[in-house]
Design a protein around this ligand. Structure first.
Ligand code: PNW
Length: 498
């Protein structure tokens, strides 16, 4: 149904970068190998009850050992880019201090292998694997000290690989500060930090974490632009969902704005004139929201070279009767958004099948990505020069419970998701003139889905977690064929004529 035949013949603009992505903790395994220090996820996954299926990332997929064949396969399939993350606690087992030479040798060879097979590395420096030592030392992302430690790590990696890496992502999805990064404060299993002022309050901690991650990113970007004068481009990855208001009532439109403000708007400083947080965050959060100095705002402004969007899905939003009271009281459940969101469909805005029930936030909404690309670049941040979709993907219902391998590999809902999303990205480029410069599918193969462990699969390749064998699913071919039908090359204008 989401296949649009009228798009046949349209090509992608020259320079469009596409490929597949994942992250270190989710695919590498080898958790204790070659001098790696523990991250918060090595700690959390070993606490009883933290991960739904009781699994850990200790040995998952073992990409750390199998990277050569994983990369060779991408090369053979003609996938132009792979976006992995590098592991901070491999390079710096204690988060700082002496570098671990075994990690350096490993990632040197990862980069060399990608070059050998013609696969372009788009590297994320931090994808939630905070070095555990920094948690015990000063509360990690609750403290300004993290900014300098991240800066030192980032400088080391960027200096070493910039010649080969043209796209750097500093930080993955600061919107998930900090319960995804550290499990704190959702998890009672988390050690308390007596010396850290934020320890008592989840909300306080969330906005401190967001604050220092934005500063950490901006400090690295400033150095990259002004001192190091890097060859490539740099940004952090935004996690964003698209919101459509349920009705056109003022209350519902305001609810929609609040959802945007408290998700992507929160990290919109790089694109705002004042380099600061939106006014609604300041008004609602008061003292819960840390403040930037003038110098910091200057540093944040312009710290992203393009907009990186992890855009999986869309929601309807509407105000609740109690929105007003909620906004006034931070102890209300639903604060600070103070508005409802859901996946009902009142008026024809298409929301497709839901993903795995373990991923209740994920509905297939192909036309939402087109609206979202338009919204960000034309309404929210008109200063954005170009936008890349740095993650999108789907979890097929009950995929991990299917015992018949053929029904796992025949993942038609995921295949349709990719077809529909890519068609809509192409429509945004050709019909709406949005400058979309890349698209990375999540994920290269099944990987460790955080609190869901291996019970939720996002891969375009199936991973047998016993034999470690990788097998392509139908969605991989759908994805690859889509790019064969819409090859990269030629300008947008030229293809309009075809
Ligand atoms: C991303 N949401 O996180 C992460 O970057 C990946 O590590 C993860 O595996 C992938 O999505 C799939 O979950 C998200 O609630 C987490 O909208 C939550 C949301 C979106 C992205």
């Amino acid at each position: 149904p989401s296949y649009d035949a009228s798009l046949s013949g349209l090509v992608l603009p020259a320079g469009f970068g596409w490929g597949v992505a994942s992250s270190a903790y989710q695919i590498e395994g080898a958790a204790r190998a070659e001098g790696k220090g523990p991250s918060v996820w090595d700690f959390l996954t070993h606490q009883t009850g933290y991960v739904a299926d009781g699994t850990t990332g200790d040995n998952v997929a073992e990409h750390y050992w199998l990277y050569k064949e994983d990369i060779a396969r991408l090369g053979a399939l003609g996938v132009p880019s792979f976006s992995p993350s590098f592991s901070w606690p491999r390079f710096f087992p204690f988060g700082k201090g002496p570098v671990n030479e075994e990690a350096v040798a490993h990632y040197d060879d990862v980069i060399a292998t990608m070059r050998e097979y013609g696969v372009q590395p788009d590297v994320t420096l931090f994808h939630w694997d905070t070095p555990l030592a920094l948690v015990y030392e000063y509360g990690a992302w609750n403290s300004p000290q993290i900014v300098d430690d991240f800066f030192e790590y980032a400088k080391f990696v960027i200096s070493r690989y910039d010649e080969h890496v043209h796209t750097w992502f500093t930080i993955n999805e600061p919107q998930y500060c900090n319960w995804q990064w550290s499990g704190y404060p959702v998890s009672e299993l988390w050690p308390s930090f007596e010396d850290v002022p934020a320890a008592g309050s989840g909300l306080e901690s969330r906005f401190l974490c967001g604050h220092y991650s934005l500063l950490a990113h901006a400090k690295v970007a400033k150095w990259y632009h002004e001192e190091f004068k890097g060859q490539g481009r740099i940004s952090f990855k935004n996690s964003g969902n698209y919101y459509e208001s349920y009705t056109n009532s003022t209350a519902d439109l305001e609810a929609r704005q609040r959802w945007f403000d408290f998700t992507i708007g929160w990290f919109g400083g790089p694109w705002r004139e004042d380099g600061d947080y939106p006014q609604s965050l300041k008004d609602t959060l008061g003292d819960l929201l840390p403040t930037f100095t003038e110098e910091e705002k200057e540093m944040i402004k312009g710290s992203c070279d393009f907009y990186a969007l992890d855009g999986y899905t869309s929601y309807y939003v509407w105000a609740s009767d109690t929105s007003e009271e909620c906004i006034a009281d931070p102890t209300t459940p639903g604060f600070p958004e103070c508005a409802n969101s859901g996946q009902t469909n009142p008026d024809g805005f298409p929301l497709g099948p839901s993903g795995d029930p373990g991923v209740s936030w994920l509905t297939s909404a192909p036309s939402g990505i087109r609206r979202f690309l338009n919204y960000i670049t034309k309404e929210l941040h008109p200063s954005v020069p170009d936008i890349q979709v740095t993650e999108f993907g789907f979890a097929e219902p009950f995929e991990s419970q299917k015992t018949d391998i053929n029904s796992v590999l025949w993942d038609l809902r995921r295949a349709e998701y990719y077809q529909g999303y890519l068609d809509n990205i192409l429509m945004a480029i050709h019909y709406d003139n949005v400058n979309v410069t890349g698209a990375l599918g999540w994920a290269i193969f099944d990987n460790f889905e955080w609190g869901s462990g291996v019970s939720v699969r996002f891969g375009m390749q199936y991973v047998d977690y016993d034999s470690l064998e990788r097998t392509p699913k139908a969605s991989l071919f759908q994805f690859l064929n889509w790019f064969k039908e819409h090859p990269v090359g030629g300008s947008t204008n030229a293809t309009m004529v075809i």
